[in-house]
Design a protein around this ligand. Structure first.
Ligand code: ADP
Ligand code: MG
Length: 693
């Protein structure tokens, strides 16, 4: 249960005076939660600062600057026509200025600025036809002392005024109780960190831009708190999973031998090594939680399949989860030969399976008549019941989150293997998984040639198409990926359709089309045509981003490459260079490039090492975007930024381990305070695993 000291912090924001349903809704939007609490406001750190210390005489005031001036109110000039603004003329002894109000309430303005009164006014001064103006002053006060000299600026949304937000945040901070110290005092001293409440106050009271830097001591202290809460939570969840009874799953190796004999290639040492590690985990009586990391095209799928086979050999079932329906179909078809060689029963379950067909599949599943089930998120549905699920493999795991993994455990599985093609930098892996076991497949299957990567401007599209035509004449196959679409532009589907039509006109019939809004059978048909060579160019939206495997494809064209993140570009490029042919990747960019886009394209040209690319991506984009936060439901950091606070993350990781080693159920005085920390950062789920009493 949440400690009572935190009750006020988790009150809804409507408990603040001045915040009603309308403001709550707007604030919910900026705070990124449907039910904002005071703690969300308190953790919403400023993104800017307004300096009101500039107090010139009006005659010296520089237009464009925020200024605070002391003036006399001369006269009110109500508009003659409604559409015009209401003006109030003011002056100090040096010059005159007009205050301008649109859609003004005359009565209110007369109260605020009575004629003949002296007022301190702060806002942006502009010059309009030689006259000084200030539209909608930020502050009007009786005396300068009552104005803030420095004012934090918060992220806003349309309809939400900075003033309301600032007031709400101050209100939330005022209700923040004095927190017990959960950090080690020697550590605080060594780092020069102040106490939590003081650090939070300080972070909300910037005076200069430099105070907004993630490396300020107050922001670092807060970041460290959040990172420590995160690491503790992961270790607690992990410890719980470990304690829960696992089981030893020992395959006979018979089916595996059959499949390996039937493979058209030999497994690499790296693949065999990873398989050994996985099988060792499975054989041990504890629960497995292992990450299989291997760059795109490194051959993870067959390793996963062989691990699933071990479960089948042991008389259990296996599940393979993929993020998209397309990938599920592909796995099903590419593994069909292996399944046949092993003589096992493998089926698919996605959103597409409905009605009697789905019911029949579910019946076979619970009866144990399906050995391996491949599926999308549909596998999480409540009515999907296995007879006895031994191993679950989650493919392209960056689309899945902690929450989904928990759901999986609900299916009764003890061993989970997650596979990722996007190599996750260590810092990020730590924040997402704590100390998960990792197997790596380094390198790629033999015979692969590096993909030649080139960037070109869209103005040279004609050259590109001419080059394509020559390649196609020689039998090449190419992907043509259409841009991610920014809001307000036409849909990516329309863009892809248009591009396909254009290419068809120039290149003739061999152009296929695939996008996310096509019905599944149409998509399958488009993919099958491309696989068989019936079409030679596949124009597609990013539905092909992950996992698609057509070894004959050797050309990848990415339009509007500037709109893709590095990890995505790497994924897309990974679609080619899978067969023996020489492959190329053409990054087409439109318009002039931002510095970030330039850096991305340069990185792509320089390396095809997924690790280097991932580290670079983290730098250029920040971690949330990289892990596909929204899709994965991965917990967000609010005060910490793993890209900026990587060093603290390592410390927090060690700290958390030490704490739990000494005080596994957080019962010491520091432990008590750490419980508060866990709940403060919303790690309730993990805190529940602490034994009480
Ligand atoms: P990823 O790791 O990106 O999921 P896949 O498992 O899809 O990669 O493998 C990419 C391709 O490499 C597939 O066509 C697969 O059949 C092939 N492959 C896998 N292992 C080997 C190997 N040892 N030798 C040659 N080709 C292999
Ligand atoms: Mg794959």
């Amino acid at each position: 249960m949440r400690p009572s000291i935190l009750f006020p912090v988790f009150a809804g924001i409507q408990t603040l005076s001045g915040v009603g349903p309308k403001l709550e809704k707007l604030m919910a939007r900026v705070l990124g939660t449907a039910t904002p609490r005071l703690v969300d406001l308190a953790f919403d750190l400023p993104v800017g600062v307004i300096d009101r210390s500039y107090q010139p005489l009006l005659k010296d005031a520089e237009p464009g600057r925020i200024a605070t001036v002391t003036v006399n109110v001369l006269e009110h000039l109500p508009p003659r026509v409604k559409a015009q603004p209401y003006k109030v003329r003011v002056s100090d002894d040096s010059a005159m200025m007009e205050l301008v109000f649109f859609r003004a309430d005359a009565e209110y303005l007369n109260q605020l600025l009575p004629q003949g009164s002296k007022r301190v006014i702060s806002g942006r001064i502009e010059k309009f036809k030689d006259r000084l103006q200030m539209a909608h002053p930020d502050h009007v006060a009786d005396e300068a002392a009552s104005l803030p000299k420095h004012e934090p600026v918060y992220a806003l949304t349309e309809g939400l005024a900075g003033k309301s937000m600032g007031k709400a945040v101050r209100g939330a901070l005022a209700k923040m109780p004095a927190m017990p110290e959960w950090q080690d005092t020697a550590f605080l001293k060594q780092r020069g960190f102040s106490q939590f409440n003081a650090a939070l106050e300080k972070a909300h009271a910037p005076e200069h831009d430099a105070d907004l830097d993630p490396q300020t001591v107050s922001r670092k202290r807060l970041a460290y708190d959040e990172l420590l809460a995160n690491q503790l939570a992961l270790l607690l969840i992990r410890g719980h999973m470990r304690r829960a009874r696992g089981r030893a799953i020992r395959g006979s190796g018979k089916l595996k031998a059959k499949v390996i004999a039937a493979l058209p290639f030999a497994l690499t040492d790296a693949q065999l090594g990873a398989l050994v590690e996985i099988e060792q985990d499975m054989t041990a009586p504890k629960r497995m939680l292992r990450l299989l990391q291997g760059d795109v095209g490194s051959g993870k799928t067959i390793v996963a399949f062989l691990a699933l086979l071990a479960a089948v050999e042991a008389g259990l079932q296996g599940a393979l989860m993929a993020p998209t329906e397309l990938l599920v179909r592909q796995h099903l078809s590419s593994l069909a030969a292996c399944a046949a060689a092993a003589g096992i029963r493998m089926e698919a379950l996605t959103g597409r399976e409905r009605g009697p067909g789905r019911a029949a599949t579910l019946a076979r599943l619970v009866a144990g008549e399906i050995d391996i089930l491949i599926g999308t998120h549909a596998l999480f549905t409540e009515d999907v019941v296995f007879r006895d699920l031994g191993l679950a493999v989650v493919d392209e795991q960056h689309r899945f989150g902690v929450h989904q993994r928990m759901l999986l455990q609900g299916k009764g599985v003890t061993d989970v293997l997650v596979m990722t093609a996007t190599p996750i930098p260590r810092t990020l892996a730590l924040t997402a998984y704590g100390d998960m076991d990792v197997s790596r497949i380094l390198g790629r299957p033999p015979g692969r040639k590096p993909v030649e990567t080139r960037a070109m401007v869209a103005a040279r599209l004609d050259d590109l198409i001419a080059h394509l035509r020559r390649a196609l004449d020689q039998g090449a196959r190419a992907y043509w990926v259409c841009p991610l679409v920014e809001e307000s532009e036409k849909s990516d589907m329309a863009a892809a359709e248009e591009r396909a039509a254009m290419l068809k006109k120039i290149l003739g019939g061999k152009v296929g089309l695939m996008h996310g809004r096509m019905k599944a059978p149409e998509r399958d048909a488009a993919m099958a045509d491309f696989k068989s060579g019936k079409t030679q160019i596949l124009v597609a939206t990013t539905v092909i981003e992950v996992g698609v495997d057509v070894p004959e494809a050797t050309i990848m064209v990415v339009e509007h490459a500037e709109r893709f993140g590095l990890a995505q570009l790497h994924q897309l490029r990974g679609r080619v260079g899978r067969g023996s042919g020489k492959s190329s990747c053409l990054l087409v960019y439109h318009g002039s490039l931002t510095a970030t886009a330039k850096a991305r394209i340069e990185t792509m040209r320089q390396t095809d090492d997924g690790f280097v690319i991932a580290e670079q991506d983290l730098k250029l984009r920040g971690p949330g975007e990289m892990l596909g936060r929204r899709q994965s439901g991965m917990e967000e950091f609010r005060l910490a930024d793993p890209a900026a606070h990587g060093e603290l993350l390592d410390v927090a990781h060690d700290d958390a381990r030490l704490v739990l080693a000494r005080d596994p159920d957080l019962k010491s005085p520091r432990g008590d305070a750490l419980r508060v920390l866990l709940y403060l950062f919303g790690r309730d789920e993990a805190a529940r695993y602490l034994r009480t009493g």
